[in-house]
Design a binder for this molecule. Structure first.
Ligand code: ADP
Ligand code: MG
Length: 575
């Protein structure tokens, strides 16, 4: 909670304003019972109508003033809290944007979403409560005790008994409730995770007839959350009646003892009425304080979760003095690179050394899980190596800024991702100021022109959320076009032709070859036919290089490569 304090700074003024308004409100509330007792004792009993009117009018004024303060305090506290929420959300968002992929792996996407939305809302709500009550409750408590004491010192003994009882009740309830609030936030995370997996995996779930199973999983998470919420609410619901019993018994006691004092002539009727009101105010202030003590742990759970995000520093940071790079080239070198995912026992790739030059095509082939995607993720520095070096244009990737580095790279990931928007916008993701000509050219090479022009609005056709209205192959071609429009020095294709038919694949590669004559090209592929004519082929097996060379050389030297080839090509194709 304290660590988030620095984000409250911009709202200091508003907060002070709220506190001031609340103070005024509490003063007016404390003053009203005294005025009322004056009316009863000095006006009603003596029959002085003029006095009643005068003080009554005065009471109305004081009450109206208190109300205005209260309304204004509500307004400004809401303003401060929502401003604080907005600031916090944008801080989290920009912080998370700097995360490298390993931080996303660590915190989890679903949890990051809950934290940015629900946890911040939680804090926001508590902040509103706090602002209203933080000043109000202590004021009413202390002021109430002073006023009650000034009305009748002896009668305050009743409060000396009632207040400890109230405090014990509050402590018991809070101790039961607080752990449940913590549990609720975790359960909400779980619900979000299940929901997210369900929504993203809907096709798989349907096709494998797992809808029932998933429904059950969701119901379980949902039920779990509901149960906890019900328990929390039961406890909170128990709070009010218990408080009311204590409050009402206190009133009875005051009237009982006060009545005796009045008949003995030690007290006046109006004073007793005022005393009852002060007693109520004091006890309500305890209830408010207790609500605060319940809310604070709840918000602090959320605050801790937000701090976790804010304290996670991205592993991958730009160097303080980035190396100056020469003009565009595209040379890439791996020097004895070993990398393991955070928490993994074995390195995903180890002792990888090779280099790629402009004008060359390098291909990587290997079974699934052999580390192909891992290897190429190291070039745009999505992860940092454990040992060894990845060198681009003579400079270690850690010695240049991420922007410098990624400017050089056109990356086509294994999973083609498109964004909501038009096709043109999606291709322009590669280069913001690309002209229409450049777009068309990129689409042409990516063999996407045909299907784009057959769409009703051509390049202005919209891509639905998640790219659901285009096929897998179309998605791949659009994401290839997106990389092409950038005209980078280094092209990386991670299994980007897998969803294309042989004919399109061949046509695309032929066009690509012409386009990327001076560039460094790295192709990951499953099909031998895709990479057969590459300048060098790297065979990966279990994270290690099992062979490097041309197709012909590898056929002689690498048994792993021969096996892959045998399984895919016929005898005459090999020769
Ligand atoms: P390929 O692309 O060759 O199919 P990958 O590079 O994706 O293989 O994966 C290599 C190994 O690294 C696999 O054993 C996989 O389980 C592991 N791996 C891949 N991505 C992650 C990740 N984000 N976190 C932990 N392990 C991973
Ligand atoms: Mg892969």
């Amino acid at each position: 909670m304290l660590k988030l304090r620095k984000y409250i700074k911009p709202f200091q003024f508003t907060i002070c304003l709220v506190l001031g308004l609340v103070l005024l409100q509490s003063l007016s509330e404390l003053y009203l019972p005294t005025l009322m007792s004056d009316i009863v004792d000095k006006g009603v009993i003596t029959g002085d109508t003029h006095f009643i009117w005068k003080i009554g009018g005065y009471m109305l004024l004081v009450a109206a003033g208190g109300m205005i303060c209260s309304i204004a305090a509500s307004f400004f506290s809401a303003k401060a809290a929502s401003g604080f929420g907005r600031l916090l959300r944008s801080k989290i968002f920009s912080h998370v944007s700097n995360f490298s992929l390993s931080e996303f792996d660590k915190l989890g996407t679903a949890s990051l979403i809950t934290r940015t939305t629900n946890d911040i809302t939680q804090i926001q709500q508590v902040m509103i409560m706090m602002l209203r009550m933080m000043a109000f409750a202590p004021m009413m408590c202390i002021g109430g005790i002073i006023m009650a004491y000034s009305k009748d010192a002896k009668l305050t003994l009743v409060l000396a008994v009632a207040i400890p009882i109230l405090i014990v009740a509050i402590v018991v309830i809070a101790r039961k409730g607080i752990p449940l609030f913590k549990a609720m936030q975790v359960k909400l995370d779980k619900l979000n995770r299940v929901l997210r997996e369900n929504l993203t995996g809907i096709r798989v779930i349907r096709s494998f007839n797992r809808v029932g199973h998933e429904k059950k999983r969701f119901d379980e998470a949902n039920w779990d959350l509901t149960q906890t919420a019900i328990r929390v609410n039961k406890i909170m619901a128990a709070m009010m009646p218990i408080m009311m019993v204590v409050l009402n018994l206190t009133t009875v006691a005051i009237i009982w003892f006060g009545g005796h004092r009045i008949s003995n002539g030690n007290m006046e009727v109006g004073d007793m009425m005022a005393f009852i009101q002060y007693a109520m105010q004091i006890m309500f202030s305890f209830i408010m304080l207790s609500m605060m003590f319940v809310m604070i742990p709840r918000a602090s759970v959320s605050a801790v979760r937000l701090n976790e995000v804010l304290e996670t520093v991205a592993d991958i940071k730009d160097p303080t003095t980035p190396a100056s790079l020469e003009e565009r080239k595209g040379h890439v070198e791996f020097r004895d690179v070993t990398f393991s995912y955070p928490g993994a026992e074995m390195p995903a790739i180890s002792n990888i050394s090779f280099s790629m030059n402009p004008g060359e095509v390098t291909a990587i082939i290997g079974g699934t899980g052999s580390g192909k995607s891992t290897l190429i993720n190291l070039i745009p520095r999505f992860y940092d190596v454990d040992s060894g070096q990845v060198i681009v244009d003579g400079v270690d990737v850690r010695d240049m800024t991420q922007e410098q580095l990624r400017q050089k790279v056109g990356f086509v990931p294994q999973q083609a991702i498109l964004f909501t928007g038009t096709i043109a916008e999606n291709i322009r993701y590669g280069k913001e100021d690309a002209t229409d000509k450049e777009l068309e050219h990129a689409a042409e090479i990516a063999q996407a022109t045909e299907f784009i022009t057959s769409m009703p609005d051509g390049f202005q056709s919209t891509i639905a959320q998640g790219g659901t209205n285009v096929s897998g192959g179309q998605k791949q071609r659009l994401s290839i076009a997106r990389a092409l429009v950038r005209k980078p020095e280094i092209y990386i294709f991670d299994d980007s032709f897998s969803a294309l038919d042989f004919k399109t694949d061949a046509k695309l590669r032929a066009a690509l070859k012409r386009e990327t004559l001076d560039s460094t090209v790295l192709i990951v592929a499953q099909r031998v036919s895709t990479i057969m004519d590459a300048d060098q082929i790297i065979v990966l097996d279990d994270g290690k290089i099992a062979g490097i060379g041309t197709h012909k050389e590898l056929l002689d030297s690498s048994s792993v490569y021969r096996e892959i080839v045998m399984s895919q090509l016929s005898e005459e194709e090999i020769a």
